[in-house]
Design a protein around this ligand. Sequence first.
Ligand code: K7E
Ligand code: CUA
Ligand code: CA
Length: 644
Amino acid sequence: MFKTSMTIKGLVAGAALACGCIAFQSCDQSAEASAPAASPWARPFPMPHGYWKKTDEFYCFASGGQQGGIYVYGMPSMKLLSEIPIFNVDPRWGWTTSNPEVRELMTSPRTGEVLISGDTHHPVLSRTDGTYDGRWLFVNDKRNARIARMNLETFRTEEILWMENVEGGMHGFTSGPNTKLLVGNIELEAYPAKEIRDYVDVDIDMLKGPYISCVFGVNVAEDGTMKTAWQVWGPWQYDLVRAGWGESDGWFINTAYNTERSVNTVGMFKRPEDYVFYWNIESINRAIEEGKYITSEAAPEVPIIKWSDVDVYAAPCPLNPHGLDIDPTGRYALSSGKATTLIRHYDFRNVMKAIEEKNFIGEEFGIPIMDGAAVSGDMDTGLGPTHIEYDNEGYCYIGYFVDSDVKKVALGDPWDKKHGHEPWTVVDTIPAHYSVGHLMVPGGDTAEPYGKYLVIMNKLTKDTFLPHGPLICENHELYDIETIPAPLIDQMSLPPESHYAQGIPVDLITKRAKKVYDLPEESMTPGVEYDYDNKVAHVKMTAVRSFFTPDMFTVPEGWDVDVELQNIEMSLDMSHGWSLTGYDVMESIDPGENKHLEFTAERSGVFWYYCLWFCSELHMEMRGRMIVIPEDEWSKDLEWSALK
Ligand code: K7E
Ligand code: CUA
Ligand code: CA
């Protein structure tokens, strides 16, 4: 089963796998094949303190999917570090709607509704000159067309942009080579407001479909603030997207699997080929300058442009394409149909030539169609391709859901001088357990990939792990891609369902990561103020091992309570929290952090609040009482200051 050219590294991991055993020491077959010490992936025992911190090379930010946030783990340890809450509520990470700042982020500007769930898909690390810079992480919510921005100093969400004019279905989402412009598209076609329908002027029927959809740009200011720059509406919907760099700088490209404009599965599968679209960003800016746009009543600041007023070109792509990914030079883009074994590589030079020379084989809705064969080449390499990542050695990694493996493919010119293989051939087949979704090479979607590792994000795990009910966890598998064949290093279970992930060198994050918040200059004076006009009790409370001050406060029944909590600890890892019995209020608060919690004291009685974390030997004692007095029994003598 093993090729003779296999390296020691590969042999160790391969043999370990063959007997279903990862611990080399206890595995007879691997002991025969090679001494355990020969593996650079063998772990020391006993485990020295701080081993993972010293050995991890990358942070991996993986979308949580239906979990609504982001998973953070270290690589190659595959140790889960954090879950960044975004579109979900998570008191462990200090993210609940009792906090008015969080609630505001989660309130729809359109409807006023507070949404506490989402579906995160594509994490996007901020970039400078085509490579990650470690400032922010953006991610889109597929369900409700939102984009969040996390600050990587605090690993917390700072901003959520609700995409204007659309109800939902934002899927493809990425950054330009510099994070001044984010681009994305709407996957689920919309039945937009009448003004947009009229302006776009293609057939659309509320009951039968078809519908229309848009691509959008979002400007990111120096401080990270996002603002929708434009929307280009047109007859189709779009799936995944990449913004060009290097040779393709100034363009973005996306796939469309439903060029049939159907509203059901069979209908979306009628054409043997759909499209990859090439969009020129400058032409969009020009359309705005020339006033070729309208705005909607709901979003007067967002220019709505017609697809026919910008430069966009289509190239055929086999049956229902999904992933579309650009190589580090920016020259090649790879995509393929989900239900064919063909993968198509588009050469940006051929695309530009076809556009310049107007070599079109036709048009649809006025969009010129390039000859697919002229701009690209095909490989027949596997079934169910979904996504592609690149390394720094001239290879790409194509994940196949149905084949359940990853094909390592040697790229064409100029990479062939580096890797020495026949271009566009498979040089390694890497098994997946099972059914690859996205896959990730650190920096694998940038102009300068870091390479070294491949994480395969498997959708199905079947019987890989212990049973835990019918909905089964996912499997992130770590491979070493520095050798051919690539050895499997580790497998990591992760709750469902991660879509894309990005890996960034640790020092880009660790040098910025906050350990404690800065306390305000003026220290807080604990106490309670009663606002009789508005029926609000303002409670100022400090938390420090092992006290809340005040540890008792009174409030008339039915009043609103606004607790300003300050954790005055300055020590590493000394988070406290505020958990209120009988109420849906529970929130973590980190060292030096200042936070508001708001709720209504709906029921009279005595309610204990206690610290959330086991912070000290007297953690259990770190508690206090909220006493809610029936309104007709309330008097000013019951105010906190009178009782204390
Ligand atoms: Cu293929 Cu949303 Cu990128 Cu899932 S998407 S896997
Ligand atoms: Cu503070 Cu436990
Ligand atoms: Ca189709």
